[in-house]
Design a binder for this molecule. Structure first.
Ligand code: 5GP
Ligand code: ZN
Length: 116
């Protein structure tokens, strides 16, 4: 996709701090980290969101999920981490290229979202 930020990152047209790359998947640090560890895992294939995955993506999504704990540990998350996938407008998705946030650090993260 020509104008997608994350496709541009995958094509190295926009710089990023990469922590993992293979033929299908890329992981790089979020530009606005919300915790000491905050990276994004993306498929190199442009899939807009989790709402757009199909059966043909099963192996790819499985590979991404298997990588999440490995990379989290490598980044120093020894005692857990949080994985977030914002999906669509209601989910607060801002970049419409599927990505898993992996967030962690030393301190316990704040609790889940509650309507006030
Ligand atoms: P979303 O709200 O779509 O789940 O999250 C998008 C994330 O992408 C945000 O946390 C934002 O900081 C990150 N982001 C947006 N543009 C860039 C960029 O150009 N480089 C990097 N590394 N992260 C980005
Ligand atoms: Zn894309």
């Amino acid at each position: 996709m020509d104008n997608c930020i994350f496709c541009k990152i995958a094509r190295r047209e926009i710089p990023s701090h990469r922590i993992y790359e293979d033929e299908d998947i890329l992981a790089f640090n979020d530009i606005h980290p919300v915790a000491p560890v905050h990276f994004l895992l993306i498929p190199k294939l442009h899939i807009e969101s989790l709402a757009d995955i199909q059966e043909c993506h099963q192996a790819l999504i499985g590979k991404m999920l298997l990588l999440a704990p490995k990379l989290a540990k490598e980044q120093g998350c020894d005692d857990g981490f949080r994985t977030i996938i914002n999906t669509g407008r209601v989910g607060g998705q801002e970049v419409f290229h599927l990505h898993f946030h992996v967030i962690g650090g030393r301190e316990r993260l704040p609790g889940m979202i509650h309507y006030g």
